[in-house]
Write a protein that binds this ligand. Sequence first.
Ligand SMILES: CC(C)(COP(=O)(O)OP(=O)(O)OC[C@H]1O[C@@H](n2cnc3c(N)ncnc32)[C@H](O)[C@@H]1OP(=O)(O)O)[C@@H](O)C(=O)NCCC(=O)NCCS
Length: 220
Amino acid sequence: MSGPTASAPHVVVALRERATTPAGDRALLVGVVAEATGVTLAEVEVSRRCARCGGDHGRPVLVRCGERGIEGIDLSLSRAGRSVAIAVSFAGPVGIDIESVDAAAQSGFDDVAFGPAERDRLATAGPPELRTAMWTAKEAVLKATGDGLRVDPRELEVAFAGRMRSAPPRPALVGWPGSPVPVGSFQLSALDAGPGLVGTIAVIADARPEIHLLAPDAQA
Ligand SMILES: CC(C)(COP(=O)(O)OP(=O)(O)OC[C@H]1O[C@@H](n2cnc3c(N)ncnc32)[C@H](O)[C@@H]1OP(=O)(O)O)[C@@H](O)C(=O)NCCC(=O)NCCS
């Protein structure tokens, strides 16, 4: 990860202490968009739109961003523990997901999250962080497409490059028969989301974008 300097395709990511309400987290999202684009808070408007029913829920959508405009910007948000993770993508449709390692270690989790090949891999080489990283990779991909958990996550297969025990491992989507785009179009990056948390950023793009992590106190 690097600092927000280059104009290359990139994703601005912020990890913040979670607000006391979901609306408060969405206000944090507006703040991160303003910071990432250089416009004022008042110039940013974010909405939600369900791809299924059109209702006021679902993925966050940027509807106004001052003179910069909304062209080429996509957003995602995730909560776990006391944290909220926010992604503002200038590289393509984005999904971000963070999860608590303890939550993914709960009994029965693997049966609803992973296919047979993944469960075999976890049985032989599965530190809890790896299980959580595999899960967040799937959720991040399904957020990037806007499907969310309307798609059975067991339809997606995730693997890792490099040593299985390296932290954080680099995930890759290696299979999804129903994918709306070629599987190789999902560019996945591991996110160190803090103690007890694991995360993934998924972007639909031709090449892996740079990830620019905002400083923790940037919103203070
Ligand atoms: C999106 C989803 C994967 C989130 O899972 P989660 O791990 O519990 O929650 P996270 O904290 O990581 O993410 C929540 C955020 O994801 C985003 N989100 C919700 N649905 C989304 C979708 N379909 N695509 C992308 N992002 C979505 C929102 O920003 C949401 O925050 P909000 O509640 O403030 O609006 C899951 O809740 C889901 O699939 N929901 C949609 C189900 C659906 O479409 N039902 C049909 C309704 S008509």
